[in-house]
Design a binder for this molecule. Structure first.
Ligand SMILES: NC(=O)c1ccc[n+]([C@@H]2O[C@H](COP(=O)([O-])OP(=O)(O)OC[C@H]3O[C@@H](n4cnc5c(N)ncnc54)[C@H](O)[C@@H]3O)[C@@H](O)[C@H]2O)c1
Length: 450
């Protein structure tokens, strides 16, 4: 099928590459000309494992453009995957969506299906439909079209896996024809009938993927409700972790003890300094904002956000408790990305922690395996020293804070680090390192929830 994807970021590019792998003819469109130039040269503008390899494999099926007319004309399915960043009040900024949809309306082929993959407030499907209708009227065209919602659940770091082998595909539309079109598009995924990429075999247990076909509003709500639930789960274990510290319990044991109950599950129960990234903060804020339009307070979601914010503050509190004075201290940060295997820094805990520590007159040294270049570009106001290695971060530091649980930090050169730090203090923000190993090497080890 001929597919157009508007917005070539983490979601749009992954979707485009995977749909091309399935055999569709895909054009990815972006207003960022530098991004498109890079992609045309077979290079990925983002760090995402396996993405660049697969991109090169599917080049004959995958095209890139900065022209809305070129990308949209003739496409049977048009995905909107532009950013919907948060506005100060909590509502998402829908200006990119509006531009994308209006352009789609101008160049749309007859009977095309416009699919919203961006995370948008409930009711946006109706708004998109009216925008397209307006664009068609303005250009004096009469065309049939349908609008659908196809929320995205990929996780950065495993985006290709999640797209080819998803837990479920959700498609919402009030038009049966749109559901049929998207069923045809996703059939190879739903039936798992495609040939897997050589370096990403199909999980042995996966025979078919469930399709959840809904009305528009339900699909839109599923996305927000799913993200809010995951955020809640993390904040819940962090709240219990805080209590565990007071009563002398160990949150890792508590989490295992409750998570092995099949009704609860062990995932998203790791205590630490909380969630970050482009979705949980933004989507919980948007959910609260939408609910407030119906006079619903969404107390449980608000509490999850408060607990998450507090976890970041607790990094500074814990350092203060150990070091007594923060002024003039050097703090080393291991990890900047909001989670491992990505270079994404949106709402990264590292950024708020750095800001707080700079306010306390600390000097910051930091390392990240892939996100340092992006950090320099996105946060030129934050004056910190970026280091080539974890060992370099530790030099003359009064404390090390593990912010991102990159696998490579599992085996820190402890003897070298112990010899070069001013104080041997490690605050493990992800409960990821080995306490016995660190204590044996002479460190004071602090974590969350013990
Ligand atoms: N990143 C994730 O893990 C994730 C997961 C699920 C859902 N989502 C949702 O998917 C959407 C996209 O997220 P993302 O992380 O891919 O964003 P992103 O910022 O990485 O990418 C958005 C892209 O859209 C482009 N763009 C903006 N306006 C455009 C226009 N009018 N025409 C063409 N291109 C345009 C931008 O230049 C950018 O490259 C958001 O709504 C987000 O909430 C993201």
């Amino acid at each position: 099928m001929k597919v157009s994807i508007i917005g070539t970021g983490y979601v749009g590019l992954t979707t485009g590459v995977c749909l091309a792998w399935l055999g569709h003819e895909v054009t990815c469109l972006d207003t960022d000309a530098a991004k498109i130039a890079l992609l045309r040269a077979g290079k990925s503008p983002i760090y995402e494992p396996l993405l660049e390899e697969l991109l090169r494999d599917v080049m004959p099926q995958l095209h890139f453009s900065t022209s809305h007319e070129e990308a949209i004309s003739g496409a049977e399915v048009i995905f909107i995957a532009v950013g919907t960043p948060p506005l100060p009040g909590g509502n998402p900024d829908l200006s990119y969506l509006r531009q994308a949809v209006e352009a789609a309306g101008r160049y749309l082929a007859d009977h095309a299906v416009i699919v919203n993959k961006s995370t948008v407030p409930i009711g946006s499907g109706n708004w998109v439909e009216s925008l397209v209708r307006g664009a068609l009227e303005e250009s004096g065209q009469k065309k049939h079209f349908a609008v659908a919602s196809n929320p995205e659940f990929l996780r950065e770091g495993t985006a290709i896996f999640d797209t080819l082998y998803p837990d479920r595909v959700v498609i919402g539309s009030d038009e049966p024809r749109a559901l049929d079109t998207l069923y045809r598009l996703y059939r190879p995924v739903l039936e798992q009938s495609f040939t897997p990429p050589a370096n990403l075999p199909r999980p042995a247990s996966l025979a078919a993927v469930p399709l959840i076909a809904t009305d528009l509003a339900s699909a839109e709500l599923i996305k927000y409700a799913a993200n809010a639930f995951l955020a809640l789960k993390i904040s819940y274990i962090n709240e219990i972790g805080h209590l565990a510290e007071k009563v002398g319990a160990d949150i890792s044991q508590v989490a295992r003890g409750i998570g092995l109950d099949a009704r609860i599950g062990t995932r998203f129960l790791q205590a630490g300094l909380g969630w970050g990234g482009s979705c949980f903060g933004k989507d919980t804020a948007a959910l609260i904002s939408t609910a407030s339009e119906y006079a619903l307070p969404m107390q449980i979601v608000k509490a999850a956000r408060d607990v998450n914010q507090r976890q970041r503050d607790r990094v500074v509190e814990k350092l203060l408790q150990e070091l007594k004075i923060l002024k003039g201290r050097t703090v080393g940060l291991l990890g900047l990305a909001f989670k491992p295997d990505t270079d994404d820094l949106r709402d990264a805990p590292s950024v708020s922690i750095i800001r707080k520590l700079i306010e306390c007159d600390c000097r910051i040294r930091a390392h990240d395996p892939v996100a340092m270049e992006r950090f320099r570009a996105e946060h030129p106001d934050l004056k910190i020293t970026l280091c080539d290695s974890a060992a370099d971060v530790a030099r003359d530091a009064d404390a090390l804070v593990l912010v991102t649980d990159w696998q490579q930090y599992r085996d820190l050169p402890l003897a070298e680090i112990a010899g070069s730090m001013r104080k041997r203090l490690i605050l493990d923000g992800r409960n990821f390192l080995s306490r016995p190993q660190l204590e044996k090497a002479g460190f004071t080890y602090c974590s969350f929830g013990t």
